[in-house]
Design a protein around this ligand. Sequence first.
Ligand code: HEM
Length: 506
Amino acid sequence: ADGAGGAGASPGHRDFRTASAPTARVLTTESGAPVADNQNSSTAGVGGPIVLQDQHLLEKLARFNRERIPERVVHARGSGAYGHFEVTDDITGFTSAGFLSAVGKRTELFIRFSTVADNLGGPDAARDPRGFAVKFYTEEGNYDLVGNNTPVFFIKDPLKFPDFIHSQKRDPFTGKQEPDNVWDFWAHAPEATHQVTWLMGDPGIPASYRHMNGYGSHTYRWTNDRGESFFVKYHFKTDQGIRCLSAEQGAELSGTDPNSHQTDLLQSIERGVYPSWTLYVQLMPEAEAADHRFNPFDLTKVWPHKDYPLQRVGRMVLDRNPDNVFAEVEQSAFSPNNFVPGIGPSPDKMLQGRLFAYADAHRYRLGVNHTQLPVNAPKATTADNYGRDGLMATHAYDRHAKNYEPNSYGGPVQSDRPLAAPLAVDGHVGTHAAHAHAKDDDFFQAGELYRLMSEDERQRLIANIAGGLAKVGREDVIEKNLAHFHAADPEYGRRIEAKVRELRED
Ligand code: HEM
């Protein structure tokens, strides 16, 4: 019954292509005045030039010029859906978060899936990580879990993010994505080897957004009612099963339906075949972090499940498409800094960088009042504070509401309840290239991932990596990348090297 086959179609769903009923509504200008003619501009005499007083024409052309806003600097291309999350297992021993406080509790949510590197209009079936950003509309405020379909990432310090992304996006001279830049960055980023192994393997091109897992990727921190803390990693496992495309299938689909993921998600939900994911977490008692055998806050590494087994939390179901892609998907804004009591950040450096980057991007892309847009505003509670004014403020406060605090007029006051237990830190401020886990190597988990693969998977992985590397102009860049794969696993390195040599001799 999986796929857009119509099995289980809900009768409540209209066919969006034939939904509009005939009406006798009158077309108006934006100020609400009736429009007499929407086919012919006003002219001075028959066949004469157009007159400036044609308000409807001026308004229509001027608005059209302003339809586009800056696209997201990464994850520009995406698809969104509404749904809910339902708690299936008691997790209250680990977090006080209200929306996770009782089995059976449901919370409305909005999700946006995305590709990363290409601009708006790029093909959905590209080899790329996929964004997996969830906004839970909880009664304690919106909680945004802004993850990917990969449990790890390419880098571990936010200082490198703009350089990394520049190397993956269009070259400033050629205006194209360049294998030379992509592999040059990775040649200088041994910590990327794990994620590169993941990306170049089968999961690098998911068949659709429904057929992939989602991960919080970072380590986060939960605090329970007793003030005890746990480090936590999130795993959304797809209930549709994982499906991937080969490099050839991806290339073909990118041509025949560049919107393939959008088509799949839209049609599946319209037909009542609602996709779902089961949420699991890995939990590490806070005291174990310092002595862990590698840095548990390093985003290029996973926590082995044998050390920290998956514990089920609940189920996410997507059951409603947005009515308007621009208003609800393009203008949606997710920030890793939107936490709720009982959930907070860990010292993961990448996460710390992201806590700044997103809301800053939203203020640029959507404006300071983006949280007043319906898709971004809290739904199960109300934002109540002294932030005021700014471009496009739509919220009109009561005439008695003061815009300062403290005040004597019954305005909102602080809760005095800490959101999380205090986090102990020591040491000196500095860049600290050497830290407690300085001996962590960047390769062992990449090797472990390679050794987990079947022979067929290894062949496809090696063909994909060698196919990319062989296109690189500089021999030293190729050599540096080969050294990383050799360090991950000798067989892995040897086979890539042989294939690259073979392709370059052709
Ligand atoms: C989007 C920055 C790492 C997942 C974005 C955006 C920025 C950004 C500026 C555009 C936001 C917008 O305009 O709405 C960064 C920085 C990073 C980083 C500075 C590292 C320091 C990551 C990581 C993940 C991730 C590690 C996943 C684990 C996403 C997702 C989106 C996004 C899913 C799209 C959200 C949406 O659908 O609106 N990122 N990012 N990013 N990022 Fe990151």
